[in-house]
Design a protein around this ligand. Structure first.
Ligand code: CA
Length: 223
C-alpha cells in the first residue's frame, strides 16, 4: 500500500513519513500544494494525508481538482484546531475523513487503515482468504493460525494482494503500490517476491494469470 503525505511543517512531515513507513506503507511526500497536486494527479495512491494550509496552493483547491479529475483515492485532511469550517468545506470538497491538529499518531494510523480497507471493499480490520489471514491492525499475517514471517517488502506485497483478493492485479499495479517514487523500480523483482510468498503459503493460492498478472485466492485444495 502506498500513501502520499502533503504537509509543509517539516517536523510533522518527518514524523508522518516515519510513522507510516514503520506501519508498512510505501510513502511519498510533498511540502506544498503544487507538488502535492502533481503527485496525486500522476501516481496511484491507496490513500492521501492532506494538510489544508499549504504554500503555493491551498489543500482545499488541490482536493477539489483531484476529485474533478476523477481521482477516487481516500483523502484524510489535517485541519487547524480553531477552524471548524475547514472540516465542513473539506468534507464537501471530497475528503473522506479529517483530523484536527495536534493529533495522536495512533489515531491517524487507525483512520488510514480504515480508509484503505474500506476503499478496497473490506469492512473488517482482518481480511481473510481461506486459511490465510491479514490483521491490518498489527500488520501480521497468519496461515491456519500460525504466524508467517515476512520482510517489509513481502508484507507490502501480501497486504496489497489480500486487499485485492480474488482479483487479477498486474505487475505494474503491484510495482506502483509497493514502492515510493524514489525507489529504483524493477518489475522483475515482483516475480522474485511472488516466488518467496509462494514458499510461505500453499503454492496454489497465488496464481499467475498469463499476460495479466497475479490473483490471490483461497486455492483449490483449501476449504
Ligand atoms: Ca500547514
Amino acid at each position: 500500500m502506498r500513501l502520499l503525505v502533503v504537509e509543509d511543517d517539516p517536523d510533522l512531515k518527518r514524523q508522518l513519513v516515519t510513522a507510516l513507513g514503520e506501519a508498512g506503507y510505501a510513502v511519498d511526500s510533498a511540502t506544498d500544494g503544487e507538488e502535492g497536486h502533481f503527485l496525486g494527479d500522476t501516481e496511484p495512491y491507496d490513500a492521501v494525508v492532506l494538510d489544508l494550509g499549504l504554500p503555493k496552493r491551498d489543500g482545499l483547491s488541490v482536493l477539489e481538482e483531484w476529485r474533478r479529475a476523477g481521482h477516487k483515492f481516500p483523502v484524510l485532511i489535517l485541519t487547524a484546531r480553531d477552524r471548524w469550517n475547514e472540516k465542513v468545506s473539506g468534507m464537501d470538497a471530497g475528503a473522506d475523513d479529517y483530523l484536527t491538529k495536534p493529533f495522536n499518531m495512533e489515531e491517524l494510523l487507525a483512520r488510514l487503515r480504515a480508509l484503505v480497507r474500506r476503499s478496497a471493499g473490506h469492512a473488517s480490520s482482518e481480511i481473510e482468504c481461506g486459511q490465510l489471514r491479514l490483521d491490518t491492525k498489527s500488520a501480521r499475517v497468519t496461515y491456519d493460525g500460525s504466524p508467517i514471517k515476512l520482510t517489509s517488502h513481502e508484507y507490502r506485497l501480501m497486504a496489497y494482494l489480500m486487499h485485492h483478493k480474488d482479483k487479477v492485479v498486474s505487475r505494474t499495479e503491484l510495482v506502483e503500490h509497493m514502492y515510493d517514487q524514489d525507489f529504483d523500480r524493477d518489475s522483475n523483482t515482483i516475480e522474485v517476491f511472488i516466488g518467496r510468498l509462494r514458499k510461505k503459503i500453499p503454492v496454489d493460492m497465488i496464481r499467475t494469470i498469463r499476460g495479466l498478472g497475479y490473483c490471490l485466492s483461497k486455492g483449490e485444495d483449501a476449504g
